[in-house]
Design a protein. Structure first.
Length: 402
């Protein structure tokens, strides 16, 4: 295990609580995808299982970590210009793009070989597949990466435009762009709900949640949390247990309401599916549908934000479990890239075609291959490119001017 854990560097300098969330969320999202396919082949109702929302966990933590680092960087940098934007993008894209494009090209070639037809997913290459409409196509799970990548462009660009040309204040520019992202996303949700002709069903809701312009507010809420932490560190730390308890209660309340609304609405939308033996009449009606389409992905992340002060206070303590959490956190992006369209499709393909008849063997094969392939992807693609980021910044002459 020491050889596997060798990828872990400077664990004592990390925000270990966020590593816990990152590791938990990637394991959760991969298993949700696996169980969703399992429900299809086994014939049980997937929505009966009250899963937490791993995407909101990831978006909020990502927004916080980026925002906190961003605030520290802008406050120690005297000259903010477009070279600063270039450095930001190189540092973010140097981590996310190489592994993503490697897997996207690999899977595209695989489709070409299987179908014997030219297949180029142009929109996926430009992160446009889910910008303004629902997407249910090739490499579907990477809609979250599309949201992240557009955030990487819009957030620092908007900040720089506000700072250089409008407010002339770093903190006002930071608050201005995050508030703009929150208000614009919320406004778009209202617009989509009332003006875009959609089927306001639970099934549609699951895809609707993946539209980029409707999800930027979730990451922006993480930016807001980072600002509060940076400006009011004593209050942030002092009330961490109170905010934790409040956040947990609010989070599970939103999750229970979502679960109840989903299961109750499914009775009429998909009457052939098995239903729960009890009813949730309080979770039905137009008001409840409006709440979930417009406010769920705002209130649920707010609950997570209340947990962040406690999570930030968790320190790393050497142990096998701590190292395992860090290891999963380090390779989490690679796990996400390989677990679904690639390995899950292969695993269930073998089961459906009766090459493997035992679903437990299918699961063990899938989870084992996920970790092995993700480890290789991290070591061979992710890590080498991350290590070249500073050299790329120097080559492009984006260093900070002294």
């Amino acid at each position: 295990m020491k050889g596997i854990f060798s990828i872990i560097t400077s664990p004592e300098k990390r925000y270990f609580g966020f590593d816990i969330v990152r590791a938990f969320s990637v394991i959760l999202v991969s298993h949700i995808h696996f169980i969703n396919d399992l429900a299809t082949v086994k014939g049980f109702n997937f929505v009966h299982i009250p899963f937490p929302d791993p995407v909101n966990m990831f978006f909020v933590c990502s927004g916080f970590l980026i925002g906190y680092s961003f605030l520290k960087e802008i406050n120690k940098t005297d000259k903010l210009n477009f070279k600063f934007l270039g450095r930001f993008l190189v540092m973010r894209w140097g981590r996310t793009l190489p592994a993503y494009y490697f897997m996207l090209i690999f899977l595209s070639l695989l489709v070409c070989l299987i179908t014997k037809k030219l297949f180029i997913p142009y929109l996926n290459f430009m992160f446009l597949q889910n910008s303004f409409k629902i997407y249910n196509g090739f490499y579907i799970e990477t809609w979250t990466i599309s949201v992240e990548e557009w955030f990487y462009i819009l957030f620092p660009s908007g900040f720089l435009i506000l700072y250089l040309f409008i407010v002339k204040s770093k903190h006002k520019a930071y608050l201005g762009i995050l508030l703009f992202m929150i208000v614009s996303s919320m406004s778009m949700k209202v617009f989509y709900y009332f003006r875009i002709p959609v089927n306001q069903s639970v099934t549609y809701f699951l895809f609707y949640k993946a539209i980029t312009v409707l999800r930027l507010d979730t990451i922006a809420l993480g930016l807001l949390a980072a600002y509060i932490c940076y400006i009011y560190p004593k209050l942030w730390h002092k009330y961490r247990y109170i905010t934790l308890c409040t956040g947990i209660i609010l989070y599970f309340s939103t999750m229970f309401l979502l679960w109840a609304w989903t299961n109750e609405t499914m009775r009429t939308e998909l009457p052939k599916l098995k239903t729960l033996p009890w009813h949730f009449n309080f979770a039905t009606g137009k008001a409840m549908t409006f709440y979930h389409f417009v406010f769920y992905d705002f209130i649920n992340p707010l609950a997570l934000i209340l947990c962040l002060p406690f999570l930030k206070s968790i320190k790393y303590k050497p142990s096998f479990l701590s190292n395992l959490i860090l290891y999963i956190s380090f390779i989490s992006y690679s796990i996400f890239l390989v677990h679904g369209t690639f390995l899950k499709t292969i695993s269930f393909g073998l089961y459906v075609n009766k090459a493997i008849n035992n679903i437990y063997i299918v699961y063990l094969m899938w989870i084992s291959l996920t970790f092995v392939v993700a480890h290789l992807l991290y070591k061979r693609i992710e890590l080498p490119f991350m290590n070249k980021r500073k050299a790329i910044i120097k080559y492009l002459k984006l260093e900070e001017e002294s």
